[in-house]
Ligand binder design. Structure first.
Ligand code: PMP
Length: 398
């Protein structure tokens, strides 16, 4: 048979395709709640000033494009571990950390999948719903995926009784995939008390936690958002963390991230890091340097780091302001009470209780674009479109 004849044409990724559909909508009042990037109040995804400054310094200093060490560009991996685990963590000095730079958070997830398969893990367990790329990444690594309860759609909070009961059944063949702060797509995070309970269960049952961290700093700030990482790191012997710099450094297209492995002992950490490097070599050899050089420059300079932290805090407040705008506008409609949770959820995303038909109607009738799942990015909300949006939601939901 002709080569590749057995491959069907695949549809475009529905979330990535939303941007194209939005661009060709010529209604002037259109609203884009579909995208997966941060936007400021002017609708711009800015280059952070600290990033621009570091980028200029990196470009001035760069005098060759020869390879850099495959583990990490100088100063990147260790600083990301410090950011994730905290300035005063004793893990970096303990030898129990394996860290490699990866092409974004997705690269880290891919390498983690390979590591799990090599370790004999069978199943990756995920709360429902989860980010649409989680299942494909781990299925591609040859692992089974199992869904357990997470979101309580009635309250817009966590179904903690259901989640906890399912987690109590896990064992050493399993990985529990958790989200760092700002759950995608729901905006619903575990509370610190709930995190401690799940981490204690992980320690007792012996399953491996894997924490996908893609929005560090965008819920309640860098330290508060790292609670989940630090609580698990204290309680379990071994832990994986994927870390994306796409959102909190605004480096999306530069493909910048890390995979952090905490091992039971320094020997075990060395084994883990050696396999992470080997898997990276299989997939893509080594991660792109540019974004990681920028992050290393920022985190290597106390002054630039302080500037970056303050810009990140501004982004976080701006997201919260957009949530408040939406919640205030909804309160003036019939659906305000049932959606009041949008005020308290974290990060850019909330999952609204709309059916695919209703999201279609939002687009066709009201020019409001969002994912078919009902996921919205609150960064599409502005003071001058929020009342229109609330009205469109109310008329569609009733
Ligand atoms: N995990 C989650 C939950 C995400 O939302 C994202 C970004 N959309 C990622 C990982 C990875 O992002 P990237 O590969 O662009 O760093």
């Amino acid at each position: 048979p002709p080569l590749f004849a057995n491959l069907p044409l695949l549809p475009a990724d529905p979330i990535l395709d939303l941007g194209r559909v939005f661009a060709i909508d010529n209604r002037p009042h259109k609203i884009n709640l579909g995208i997966g990037v941060y936007l400021d109040e002017q609708g711009v995804t800015p280059i952070m000033a600290a990033v621009a400054e570091a980028e200029a310094r990196v470009e001035t200093a760069e005098d060759t494009k020869a390879y850099l060490p495959p583990r990490s560009v100088p100063g990147f991996a260790d600083n990301i571990a410090r950011l994730a685990l905290g300035q005063d963590s004793d893990l970096p000095g303990s030898g129990r950390l394996g860290v490699i730079q990866t092409p974004g958070g997705c690269g880290a997830l891919g390498v983690s999948g390979g590591l799990m398969r090599r370790s004999g893990i069978k199943t990756v367990v995920m709360g429902t719903p989860t980010w649409s790329n989680h299942r494909p990444v781990y299925t591609a690594a040859g692992l089974a995926v199992r869904m357990i309860p997470y979101l309580d759609r009635a309250t817009g909070g966590v179904d903690f009784a259901g989640y906890r009961a399912a987690v109590e059944q896990l064992g050493p063949d399993d990985v529990l995939l958790l989200h760092g702060a700002c759950h995608n797509p729901t905006g619903v995070d575990l509370s610190p008390e709930q995190i401690d309970i799940i981490a204690d269960i992980a320690a007792a049952r012996g399953f491996l936690p894997m924490i996908d961290t893609a929005y560090h700093g965008l819920a309640h700030g860098l330290d508060a958002d790292a609670y989940i990482l630090r609580s698990f790191a204290q309680r379990v012997p071994e832990l994986l963390i994927s870390y994306s710099c796409s959102k909190n450094f605004g480096l999306y297209r530069e493909r910048t991230g890390a995979l952090i492995a905490i091992g039971k002992s320094p020997d075990r950490a060395a084994v883990l890091e050696s396999h992470m490097l080997d898997l990276a070599r299989e997939f893509y050899s080594m991660a792109p340097a540019h974004g990681a050089l920028i992050v290393a420059d920022i985190l290597g300079s106390p002054e630039l780091e302080a500037n970056w932290r303050s810009e990140l805090a501004t982004m976080q407040r701006s997201i919260q302001a957009r949530r408040n705008l939406l919640a205030d506008a909804l309160e003036k409609t019939e659906v305000g009470d049932s959606l009041s949770y949008v005020r308290d959820q974290n990060g850019m995303f909330s999952l609204l209780p709309l059916s695919p038909e209703q999201t279609q109607r939002m687009r066709d009738t009201h020019a409001v674009h969002m994912a078919a799942s009902g996921r919205i990015n609150v960064c599409g909300i502005r003071a001058d479109n929020v009342d229109y949006l609330a009205g469109a939601l109310a008329s569609t939901m009733i």
